[in-house]
Design a protein. Structure first.
Length: 126
């Protein structure tokens, strides 16, 4: 597990390392003290762009599963959807298998991480 600690608004990391292989790593103490943005593999995510139907009153995440059902490899009930961006009727949605989400969250819990978000790693590119 590679980790980095950033202070809000600072472009450079304050600390970094590899855990558990680093001896005397501050990671366990930092994980309990600070919330985490956890990067997940983009290869486990399906990115979709969709246009919401005119006059739609429901939130995009309520209708996305039905609008994307034909394009998904997995059952919509087994898929987690997140809204990445919305501009008027145009939405960017990411879909991830719910089991993968549970696995990642369980791994975070085993490391005492308090994730604020699970973010596809490709979205961290500058």
């Amino acid at each position: 597990l590679h980790w980095q600690l950033f202070a809000p608004g600072e472009p450079h990391h304050e600390a970094s390392g590899r855990w558990p292989t680093d001896d005397a790593s501050p990671f366990p103490a930092l994980a309990e003290q600070y919330p985490a943005w956890v990067l997940i593999p983009a290869s486990d995510c399906a990115f979709h762009s969709l246009t919401l139907p005119a006059g739609l009153r429901k939130p995009p995440l309520q209708v996305a599963p039905f609008l994307l059902e034909e394009q998904l490899a997995d059952d919509v009930e087994a898929t987690h959807f997140a809204l990445l961006h919305r501009q008027q009727a145009q939405c960017e949605i990411v879909a991830v298998q719910r089991q993968k989400m549970r696995d990642w969250l369980a791994r975070c819990e085993s490391l005492s991480l308090q994730p604020l978000a699970l973010t596809p790693d490709v979205l961290a590119l500058p």
